[in-house]
Every structure is written in C-alpha cells, then in structure tokens.
Design a binder for this molecule. Structure first.
Ligand SMILES: Cc1cc2nc3c(=O)[nH]c(=O)nc-3n(C[C@H](O)[C@H](O)[C@H](O)COP(=O)(O)OP(=O)(O)OC[C@H]3O[C@@H](n4cnc5c(N)ncnc54)[C@H](O)[C@@H]3O)c2cc1C
Length: 501
C-alpha cells in the first residue's frame, strides 16, 4: 500500500513540537505532527505561565539564555497580545538573603540584556502601607519592582497548531509514534491511534519533541543514538483564593536560594510555585506533601494572612525535561535548550541519511527561537526551504488593533450589546480577534446554546471541538479554557456529559 511522504514528522504536541510544525509549514515544508494525548496535555500546560527572561538565571551566569528570553518576551507580546500580557513583579527585600546592591545590579542587567523593550524599567519602592506591599507582613518595608509577562501556556500551544494547520500542516491528536526506521533515505514510521488502528507514514526528517519522553521516543527509533542526557525535574504549583487585590505578582526568595512566585490567576485566585524535585516517575507527576509544605511555609514567611492546606483549591505538577549538564543542584541545571541531530551517512547499511532531530530542555518563552534553531539544523536536508519568518508574524487572534486588548474588548461589547460583558471578556482573552467568528450573529445569550457556567457556552465548546482538536471535558475545561477551576463539580459533570466523555 502507498504511504504518504511528508518532509517532516514531528513527534509531540507540546509547545516545542507545535512551534516547530508552525515554523516549518510556513517555510513550505509538508508537515505531520502527531500527539499521543491532547495538545499541551503535559509539561506545556503545567508551567508557571511566565514569558520571562528568568531573573534568577543571572545568578548562574546564563546570560545567553536570559538575553534571548528577554528579547523573545517582546516578540511574543506582539505576536499574541490576547493571551500574553505584561505583569509587574514585586521583590520584597530580605537583607540576609541578597544584598540590595546585588539585586540592583541584576535588575539593571535585566532591564537591558534583551535590547529595546516596551515594558517599564525596574525601580525600588517602599512596601509598607503602599499597594506594592499588599498582603505582605508589615515588616517588609522596601523592595523592587520589575516587569515580565504571563501567558496562557496551553492556548499558546493550540494557537501554534492552528497556525501550522492554516499553513498546510496536518495535526493528529491521540496518535502515538510506535516505531520508526530508516528505509531508502526516508523515515518510515508506524503510528497508533486511540481507536487501536495503526498506520504508516514516510518522512524525510523526524523531529523528536516528546518533552519528558524524548528518550522513550529514541528507544522506539531503530538506529537512534542511545544514552540521551535528560534529567526529569518535577515542579508543582498550588492555587489558592486571591491573596491580595492588586494586579502585581510577588517573587519571593527562600533561604535555600530558590524563588517562588505568587501570581494573580484567573481573576479570583493566586498561583503559587514552583518546586524543583528530581523524579524517576515522569509520566504521572503530582504534588507531594513535602512540596505543599515547602510552598506554604515559604509564602507564609511573607504573607500577613497565613495560608493553610484547606485554602488550596487546586494543584498541578509538571516535569521539566532538562538537558543533563552535570549540575548537582536541580535548580542549577540549565533551562537552555539543546538540539541533537543524528543524520547517518549515505553509505549506511540501511541506505538512509534521513535526519533525526531531538529536543532537550527549553522554556515556553524561547520556543519560537528553538523552532528557528531546529530548522537551521535541518536546512542542509531541505535546501529549497524558505527563510525564517515567525519573528514578526502574529498568532491566530493576535492581530488586535494596536495590540490593545482593552480597546478590542470595548469594540466587542459595542458589537454584541445584548451579551454579558464578562462572557465577551473571557472570549476576547481566549480567542482575540477570532472571537466574532465564534459569536457569529448571536443577538442574545440564548443564541449561544447551553450556558455551562463560568463563561463557557455550547457555541464555544462546539468551536473548541470543531476547530481546536478538543475531544474530552478535560481538554475543554483544563486546557482550551480554565473554566474547570471556578466551576462546581456538577457543572463540570454537565460538560463531560455533553461531550460524552
Ligand atoms: C513546573 C514548571 C514550570 C515551568 N515554568 C515555565 C515558565 O514560567 N516559563 C517558561 O518559559 N517555561 C517554563 N517551564 C518550561 C516549559 O514548560 C517546558 O520547557 C515546555 O513546556 C516543554 O515543552 P515540550 O513541548 O518540550 O514538552 P511537552 O509539553 O511535555 O510536550 C511533549 C509531548 O510529546 C508527547 N509525546 C510523548 N511521546 C509521544 C509519542 N510516542 N508519540 C506522540 N506524542 C508523544 C507527549 O504526550 C507530550 O504532549 C516550566 C516547566 C515546568 C515543569
């Protein structure tokens, strides 16, 4: 039977696989991306959700990573202003942890390493009695304020997949790579779908973007190099009712030199994380009692109203697939990405030199640069491939006039005066300029079908299923949206019944 031949077969629908598929499709390559579960089902939806340079990496002298990530922050703010927004961080000063001069020097670099920036520069501030000290113990008198950005990580993945598809890529979810071998200068891959069926495809190049499973995928590929250097480091978060009413986040220092963020989340909550725990079981990460205690103890050293176990409304954990650079301390292992290309010589016994590119490490923030670097590595195999293009391109729904989310929402409310402003705000945040395509000619709430609660309607769910590869309630409630968080158990069950999942 004749199998379809693609230029690129991408394994993994996390941010790195989706980013590479998008970039490659835009350069004219034919691309198939396969994701075993749902898009962003793993690490890419369990992050701290920051598009940041990583202030603390300066302490590890990771200047290249910080500079690239800061420059990317600007690029991504422009590309997707509906799902990425600036966020101020307050760093309360703790004299016994880091001296003021060191923090000032770090922030001076942080303000400048990324080149031209639209975000405000850092400054020192008083905390006691002012809004930048909201929720903190009164003993914190002074601190520093700097800017970074936050992202809806799972939606960033989906938007990359949508754009990849718009540029010709095929995206297959619930489809796993079972095995691959080189044959006649091509890769021949066996794919398994959830329904139990298998299929074969051929590809000129294979991209292993399987995140924590990068070594497992290498194990499925005949002739792949063995001994992948990957370290699995778990990070957990807790979500609690909002700890202060202001818009800023806190970056809190611990005596072990680690830092923990407290970030305003989904209007009503605060997101607190993260930990750094080396793990062997990376398939099913969950928060341990020790991690919960660590996070609570750390934030309670700062917060005026202490948090307890009973305040926790949700937790999640993810596993960083870090490149093993030999560092002993898990917090010190580089967050930079490493790409490894295995391309056999033409004279090899199986006749092929089809390349296999494996992705290690990385950050959500630098996924676009990682994709560019991956395609640079693959360029020798695709000499007719077009050049880099994503630096100035916007992601679906990101073309808000002047990048102004507030003005866009006002416009949307004017166009749909009979619809609830909170519902329109939720849609604008998730879909940007694509929101009207979902709303269509809805003149009243009932036109949007069943109201599932938490600003989720039947009309949007149909869109998420039909256009965004969602299949189950979990896809809809915890990845395409975060409506699962404020919903009651009965409301979540209703969505599951609606989707038959
Ligand atoms: C706790 C934590 C906090 C973080 N915070 C931040 C942050 O604030 N900012 C930031 O920039 N970065 C952050 N990161 C880093 C960032 O989240 C990761 O670098 C990134 O998400 C990794 O993406 P990925 O695509 O490589 O992996 P994944 O998202 O895990 O995607 C890999 C995919 O491959 C699929 N797969 C595996 N095997 C197969 C197969 N055989 N066939 C088909 N598919 C397969 C998996 O199902 C999975 O969906 C954080 C990471 C963690 C863990």
């Amino acid at each position: 039977m004749k199998t379809r031949t693609y230029d690129l077969l991408v394994i993994g629908g996390g941010i790195n696989g989706a980013g590479i598929a998008r970039d490659a499709a835009g350069r004219g390559l034919s691309v198939l991306l396969v994701e075993r579960d749902d898009l962003a089902a793993h690490t890419s939806s369990w992050s701290t959700k920051l598009i940041h340079g990583g202030l603390r990496y300066l302490e590890h002298f990771d200047f290249r990573l910080v500079a690239e990530a800061l420059a990317e922050r600007e690029v991504l703010l422009h590309a997707a202003p509906h799902i990425i927004e600036p966020l101020l961080f307050v760093l309360p000063h703790e004299p016994h942890l880091r001296p003021k001069w060191m923090i000032r020097a770090g922030l001076f670099l942080y303000d400048r390493l990324g080149g031209r920036m639209t975000l405000p520069k850092s400054f020192a501030t008083r905390l006691d009695g002012g809004r930048y000290g909201a929720g903190l113990k009164p003993r914190f008198r002074s601190g520093f304020v700097y800017a970074d950005a936050r992202v809806d990580d799972a939606r960033l993945v989906v938007l990359n997949a949508i754009d990849a598809r718009a540029r010709g890529a095929a995206i297959r979810v619930r489809t796993a790579l079972e095995g691959a071998r080189r044959e006649g200068g091509l890769w021949r891959a066996t794919l398994a779908s959830r329904d139990g069926s298998t299929s074969e495809v051929s590809a000129r190049a294979l991209v292993n973007a399987a995140g924590p499973w990068v070594a497992d995928v290498l194990g499925k590929v005949s002739g792949a190099p063995v001994g992948a250097r990957v370290r699995h480091v778990k990070g957990s978060h807790i979500v609690v009712p909002r700890v202060h009413p202001e818009d800023h986040a806190y970056i809190l220092q611990n005596a072990d030199k680690r830092i923990v963020f407290v970030i305003p989340y989904q209007d009503r909550y605060s997101l607190i994380g993260t930990t750094d725990v080396p793990v062997d079981d990376y398939a099913h990460p969950s928060i341990s009692a020790e991690e919960t205690d660590y996070l609570l103890e750390l934030v309670n050293a700062y917060l005026d109203r202490p948090l307890a176990q009973r305040d926790i409304v949700w937790t999640y954990s993810g596993v960083r697939p870090l490149y093993d650079d030999g560092a002993l301390d898990p917090s010190a292992i580089t967050r930079d990405y490493v790409l490894k290309v295995d391309a056999q010589a033409p004279a090899a016994a199986d006749g092929g030199r089809a390349p296999l590119l494996s992705v290690f490490g990385g950050k959500i923030t630098t996924y676009r640069k990682l994709a560019e670097a991956a395609l640079l590595e693959l360029r020798p195999f695709f000499p007719a491939m077009k050049g880099a293009w994503t630096a100035t391109a916007q992601l679906p729904g990101g073309d808000l006039p002047r990048g102004d989310r507030a003005a866009w929402l006002v416009d949307l409310c004017r166009r749909y005066p009979a619809l609830d402003a909170e519902l329109l705000r939720a849609l604008a945040k998730r879909h940007g300029t694509r929101a009207p395509a979902i709303l269509g000619d809805a003149g009243k709430a009932a036109d949007l079908g069943e109201d599932f609660g938490a600003q989720l309607t039947e009309r949007e769910v149909s869109h998420l299923v039909g256009d965004e590869w969602a299949q189950s309630a979990e896809d809809v409630l915890w990845r395409r949206t975060k409506c699962g968080l404020p919903m009651s158990a009965a409301q979540r069950a209703r969505v599951a019944a609606h989707l038959g999942s």
